[in-house]
Design a protein around this ligand. Structure first.
Ligand SMILES: [Zn+2]
Length: 98
């Protein structure tokens, strides 16, 4: 498993943004593949579906990344980014297959 000591456990989960809090919904380049991430309105996260790294979600309010793929987690750890491993079922909530 990737090292997790840099992970801040106080991060709010996707979808927990209180109503009325502004979230950056603008276009965003994926950290891992530089592809365009789309904004998943329901959970207010940016998502990249590139199969090279698996589904990657980014929660701009906390600057946290979410992935179910260990290889993506390893890359995020290398970049020094905050991230959380999430269950594939959570990604299905966003409407994507892991
Ligand atoms: Zn990507």
């Amino acid at each position: 498993m990737p090292k997790k000591e840099d992970v801040n456990d106080s991060c709010a989960p996707p979808g927990s943004v209180p109503a009325g809090v502004a979230v950056d919904e603008g276009e965003r380049a994926c950290l891992l593949c530089s592809g365009k991430m789309y904004f998943a309105k329901e959970l207010r996260v940016h998502v990249c579906l590139n199969k090279d790294h698996g589904v990657l979600a980014y929660y701009s309010l906390d600057e946290c990344y979410f992935t179910s793929q260990e290889k993506a987690a390893v890359m995020l750890a290398k970049e020094g980014k905050k991230f959380h491993m999430i269950e594939p079922s959570v990604l299905q909530m966003i409407g994507v297959e892991p």
